[in-house]
Write a protein that binds this ligand. Structure first.
Ligand SMILES: CC(C)(COP(=O)(O)OP(=O)(O)OC[C@H]1O[C@@H](n2cnc3c(N)ncnc32)[C@H](O)[C@@H]1OP(=O)(O)O)[C@@H](O)C(=O)NCCC(=O)NCCS
Length: 181
């Protein structure tokens, strides 16, 4: 494969689409037989990473998992299907959306149980950040998600700046406070 084929300037959303299905076993659940939130986040991270790998074709790290809606519980014995795709590529980072459904094995009924947005950053083996190809949104939904991802990035950056200021203010107050004997 030529370098241009391995590392094109742009990729379609469709080429990043990924899917994973798991069966929910006792080890995945709490004492009420519901899927643990942390386990669900792990599955979301993995499925999100698959889409980011398919887009960047580099090593990646998770920079943020910034919005998760846990809509309904998932029961022991259910099948869990997660689907992901890249919503937007920036310079070295990519926003990925993950949507999750449970499936009752007896009735086949599908329920939307969670959605999440994650940001992955492309790096090389030494941990240096790498540029990622641009993303080509094609369908109306992909174009909407592409636009929304930019708004979420702006919101994320504003929130990070706010938290940094709050940390600095707390540190200044602690520096000024007298030391307790
Ligand atoms: C994520 C990480 C690579 C960012 O490195 P950094 O030196 O802070 O980089 P910068 O601030 O210059 O940002 C680099 C890119 O990451 C994005 N980014 C950094 N922190 C982010 C955050 N908290 N949320 C969303 N995006 C973030 C920036 O927007 C930027 O994107 P762009 O190049 O597309 O514009 C670094 O913080 C890191 O390695 N974190 C640990 C990751 C990790 O261990 N994850 C869990 C296991 S995989």
């Amino acid at each position: 494969m030529s370098p241009a084929e391995t590392n094109p300037a742009a990729r379609t959303v469709a080429s990043t689409q990924s899917e994973m299905t798991e069966i929910i076993l006792p080890n995945d659940t709490n004492t009420l037989g519901n899927l643990l939130g942390g386990r669900l986040m792990h599955f979301i991270d993995l499925t999100g990473a698959m889409a980011a790998y398919r887009h960047s074709r580099t090593y990646i790290v998770t920079a943020a998992m910034d919005h998760i809606d846990f809509i309904r519980p998932v029961r022991l014995g259910d099948l869990l299907t997660l689907k992901s795709s890249v919503n937007r590529a920036f310079t070295t980072s990519m926003e990925v959306g993950v949507k999750v459904w449970s499936e009752n094995t007896q009735t086949g009924k599908l329920l939307h149980v969670a959605s999440a947005y994650l940001v992955f950053v492309a790096i090389d083996k030494e941990g240096c950040r790498q540029k990622v190809p641009q993303l080509i949104p094609e369908t109306p939904n992909e174009i909407r998600r592409h636009a929304d991802a930019l708004l979420r990035r702006e919101h994320r950056e504003a929130e990070q700046a706010r938290r940094k200021e709050a940390r600095l203010a707390t540190a200044t107050q602690e520096d000024a406070a007298p030391i307790n004997p």
